[in-house]
Design a protein around this ligand. Structure first.
Ligand SMILES: [Zn+2]
Length: 278
């Protein structure tokens, strides 16, 4: 039966008119069905269709090609877009190095290590280390050496300063969330386990304010070393190991954060010149 059917199909071929209308997609059922059935079985007519309709085929391939080449937004980008962030902003944010899995993994392992050291040695290890994470993250997020999207960022139709702030928010949100979880590992000191939060904000703002003058890497290094010097020089016998983490120290940190924010607001135009970051 099958051989008979095939033999019958090969004994006739689709008329040129039907083939042309099939290629133009203007055929209606039931003629369309019978043409498709014939094309499935007849290589000769498939060749005729391909030869007669190069434009239709090429268009089809081009559409497929464009679909395959279209960038697929990552999980972070999709999440940001769903949260109402504009598409181009979401893409720039998602390209922030700190939001990449490798950097988040580095942050998590640093926090885990300091939490263990805090449990074994002293809580001050964790409290002193956590504020340094966003500072490193910001330096990584805005350095021409570290950031593969740096050139895009500089020519993007968005102010460099706004992009810097956007990325700072992204970095701070990520490190704050992770540090908050890690704080559970130092339960002995109660709420003081969150003493890293204000210093993290202060150090990030300070390093931003210095970035305009020193560049992101040197600014982060200065702020980091300065912070370590402050923690060491204010060390005490209390549960947190340093007066930075008692209420008076937290107040001083908040004042410093406000001052850094004021300086930042005054000098923000300095960020619009890309040469500052070379
Ligand atoms: Zn045929």
């Amino acid at each position: 039966m099958i051989d008979e059917g095939r033999a019958a199909m090969e004994s006739w071929h689709l008329p040129d008119e039907e083939l042309r209308r099939y290629g133009e997609r203007t055929l209606a059922p039931p003629v369309l069905w019978s043409v498709e059935a014939h094309l499935t079985a007849c290589a000769h007519c498939r060749h005729r269709l391909a030869a007669g309709q190069p434009a239709v085929l090429r268009d089809g391939w081009e559409r497929l090609d464009a679909e395959l080449d279209a960038p697929v937004p990552g999980a972070v980008e999709r999440l940001l877009t769903r949260a109402g962030v504009a598409g181009h902003t979401a893409r720039l944010l998602a390209a922030t190095p700190v939001l990449r899995l490798s950097w988040l993994a580095a942050v998590v392992s640093t926090l885990a290590l300091t939490a263990v050291l805090a449990a074994v040695l002293h809580p001050v290890v964790f409290l002193a280390a956590a504020p340094l994470l966003p500072v490193c993250g910001v330096a990584l997020s805005f350095g021409p050496r570290a950031d593969p999207t740096y050139e895009i960022a500089v020519v993007a139709p968005m102010h460099t300063f706004r992009l810097l702030l956007l990325r700072c928010v992204a970095v701070l949100s990520a490190t704050t969330a992770l540090s908050a979880v890690a704080s559970l590992a130092v339960p002995d000191i109660g709420l003081a386990a969150l003493g890293w939060f204000l210093p993290a904000l202060t150090l990030t703002l300070l390093s931003l304010a210095l970035t305009a003058r020193l560049g992101p890497v040197l600014a982060a290094a200065c702020v980091g070393l300065g912070w370590i010097a402050v923690v060491v020089s204010t060390r005490g016998a209390g549960a947190t190991g340093s007066t930075v983490f008692v209420p008076a120290g937290q107040l001083a940190s908040a004042v410093a954060a406000v001052l850094a924010a004021v300086v930042l607001a005054r000098i923000h135009r300095a960020f619009e010149s890309p040469r500052r970051f070379r």
